[in-house]
Design a protein around this ligand. Structure first.
Ligand code: ATP
Ligand code: MG
Length: 181
């Protein structure tokens, strides 16, 4: 074992903030990890209705880079009631995420958009924190989405806040293939 190996440890990363690049930065980190022979699982909370390009590109990596959508998209935000079906999907998504992190079968687990599920009140941040604190020590976990909960920011090792300088959407430019999906 060389000195690099002995210093290896699992980290918690959070990509948050209003600017674009939270999910795509997580995918870039995942790609880097896969290139190092690591196995990556990316679970996308809330997403499900759009066909993102990454669903196809990750297939090229087989069992080393597995991407799963756990939701159905278009979750009602800020309204009166959250659809119970969306809450059920978040709960089953979290159950799979917990199992995957604790199993030690994955070197990196990306919990994409989980911060939204938490900030919409669909998932208890204490549950997530408990899993992160008790995970096998070599497992890296990346959480994405705006409004990262303070208790998760507190236990994370690296937290990046994406700042919006400008976004094409403000000029009325709709989501573009290869950039947004
Ligand atoms: P990306 O998936 O491109 O890395 P993201 O993960 O930072 O974006 P999300 O909050 O998950 O952003 O939003 C998902 C969608 O909203 C993406 O299509 C993204 O391009 C778009 N988006 C992100 N930030 C903004 C913004 N400030 N204004 C408008 N649309 C945005
Ligand atoms: Mg995202």
């Amino acid at each position: 074992m060389n000195s690099e190996d002995s210093s290896r440890r699992g980290l918690i990363l959070i990509n948050t903030g209003p600017g674009k690049g939270k999910t795509t930065a997580a995918m870039g980190t995942a790609l880097r990890a896969v290139g190092n022979g690591m196995r990556v699982l990316m679970l996308q909370f809330l997403k499900g209705s759009w066909h993102y390009g990454e669903l196809d590109s990750t297939k090229a990596f087989g069992e080393d880079f597995v991407l799963k959508q756990m939701g159905r998209g278009f979750v009602k935000v800020g309204g009166a009631e959250t659809d119970p079906e969306d809450i059920r999907l978040v709960e089953s998504g979290w159950s799979e995420a917990h199992e995957a992190i604790m199993s030690g079968e994955w070197d990196m687990v990306v919990l994409d958009e989980i911060n939204y599920a938490i900030s919409y009140g669909m998932l208890d941040p204490e549950l997530v924190a408990e899993t992160l604190l008790n995970r096998p020590e070599m497992v890296h976990v990346i959480l994405t989405g705006r409004n990262a909960h303070p208790i998760l920011v507190d236990i994370a090792d690296t937290v990046t806040e994406m700042r919006e300088v400008k976004h094409a959407y403000q000029k009325g430019i709709l989501a573009q293939r290869g950039i947004e999906y």
